[in-house]
Design a protein around this ligand. Structure first.
Ligand SMILES: [Zn+2]
Length: 461
């Protein structure tokens, strides 16, 4: 889609214990306004104090994304009037963001450049009840990092992949908890030659693809009617209906008043702090790929697929720790696990799936079940929380490597397939594979293929 231009602004909430400028807890009671103080409610005279951990997390993110780090940490007030913001401004970074530049590499190898990464506080939440609007400030002051890309993506798939890669990086950095933190995106999208539309508040990478696909087809049909987008606008994403809805003509940045926040002291970000943070960065995808290839002799593209996905990499490393053969684990995770997850539209982070996959890998690797049986169970266990070992036992799925039993089956296959046996004797290898297939069929996929191979060669002589 050469004529499509997409840019993303993404908000990631950080997994700190307390809020960005006060010591109220991020998690705990859900009673409205129970985790608040004069700072996060925005009472006059209250003074914000920066959470050091939040800065540490934000710095890690900037360094992992290869951003250039600002020499000073400067916060500004973004002034607007809205009931979710008690003090009538949001503390954010405007003039000098913490990180500038940086990039994320997509699965295709295409590099998406970043404009900036900055820190800011989340506003409170509005709750609509009939004709009344209530405000809950529990969320107010949650530390966020905003990541802004250059408008360099050209399809909904690229936008989805971008978010997925970003999600993996923040999971590796352990600054984001998938169960309690949020990742929200606004997407700018335009067709070359027309104005752009901003879609607000898209949750997660599946929805970003859907929202953009919808918006592209909407804009294309406007163009084909001779209209196209003539004025910038902001639309909301309705995930239930699968449509974008007009909200307002886009305000320009100039509509906000920004001033430096003099309540917060300007902090020097010295080289010492940067170097110290760098030292404590965990192993990130690029380094993992190199190590997987070097230490485990994985194929480079297998290593890339696994390392770039936090959950797949976690599954792989766990399997290796449990003694599963690395090459087998990588091939199986790359092909079989991905196939089943795609097919059943599941994510590996869904509760029980990772543990089950690991158990299946171990059973296959230790020849307790055959690959064929593994494939069958895998499809079941992404949809059902079952006890894998018990299921295998109850359904009599353990692989047969008992030679007496297998010999009987082999002899039966030889008897039933005389023609194939003669062809194999005449030098046709394909016929041999056919007989192996027949044995597998008779054993209902439970025969261990390597044992069958040896037995058949011995029996047909
Ligand atoms: Zn507070």
């Amino acid at each position: 889609m050469d004529d499509i231009i997409i840019g993303i602004e993404c908000h990631v909430s950080l997994n700190t214990k307390t809020k960005l400028f006060c010591s109220c807890a991020l998690e705990g009671s859900e009673d409205p306004n129970s985790r608040t103080c004069d700072v996060c409610v925005g009472l006059p005279g209250s003074k914000p104090v920066l959470n050091k951990k939040a800065l540490d997390y934000a710095l890690k993110l900037c360094l992992a994304l290869d951003c250039e780090i600002a020499p000073e940490l400067i916060f500004s007030r973004k002034i607007y009037f809205y009931p979710d913001m008690g003090k009538n401004y949001q503390i954010t970074q405007y003039e000098v963001p913490l990180g500038v530049g940086g990039h994320i590499k997509l699965a295709s190898g295409k590099v998406i450049n970043l404009t900036r990464v900055h820190m800011e506080e989340d506003p409170g939440a509005l709750i609509h009840q009939g004709n009344t609007v209530l405000v809950d400030y529990n969320r107010s002051g949650t530390p966020l990092c905003e990541i802004v890309t250059e408008p360099e993506m050209s399809s909904p798939e690229e936008a989805r992949d971008f978010l997925k890669r970003l999600l993996s990086i923040i999971q590796y950095l352990q600054i984001f908890d998938i169960d309690s933190c949020i990742i929200k995106a606004d997407a700018n999208i335009s067709i070359k030659g027309f104005e752009r539309v901003e879609i607000k508040n898209i949750n997660g990478f599946k929805d970003i693809q859907k929202a953009l696909e919808y918006e592209i087809s909407r804009q294309r049909s406007l163009v084909s009617e001779g209209k196209g987008i003539k004025h910038r606008e902001t639309r909301g994403w309705d995930s239930d209906k699968g449509i974008t809805i007009f909200q307002r003509s886009k305000e320009l940045e100039a509509d906000y008043g920004y001033i430096i926040d003099t309540d917060l002291v300007i902090t020097d970000i010295t080289n010492i702090i940067v170097e110290e943070t760098k030292k404590h960065l965990p192993e990130l995808p690029d380094d993992k790929i190199i190590r997987f290839v070097k230490d485990f002799k994985l194929k480079k593209d297998d290593a890339e697929v696994i390392a770039n996905d936090f959950d797949l990499a976690h599954l792989f490393e766990k399997a290796i720790d449990d003694g599963v053969n690395p090459i087998f684990a990588s091939e199986w995770i790359r092909r079989e696990v991905s196939r089943v997850l795609n097919y059943s539209k599941k994510d590996i982070d869904e509760s029980f799936i990772k543990q089950h996959l690991l158990e299946v890998l171990e059973l296959i690797n230790h020849n307790k079940i055959t690959r064929q049986t593994g494939q069958r169970i895998m499809e079941l266990l992404v949809n059902e929380d079952l006890d894998v070992k018990k299921y295998v036992k109850d359904n009599n799925l353990e692989s047969v490597s008992n030679t007496d039993e297998l010999e009987k089956i082999c002899l039966e296959a030889i008897k039933n397939n005389k023609q194939a046996v003669d062809e194999y004797k005449a030098g046709n290898e394909k016929s041999f594979n056919f007989i192996v297939g027949q044995v597998m069929k008779l054993s209902k996929g439970k025969a261990s293929p390597s044992v069958v191979n040896d037995l058949l060669k011995k029996l047909i002589k």
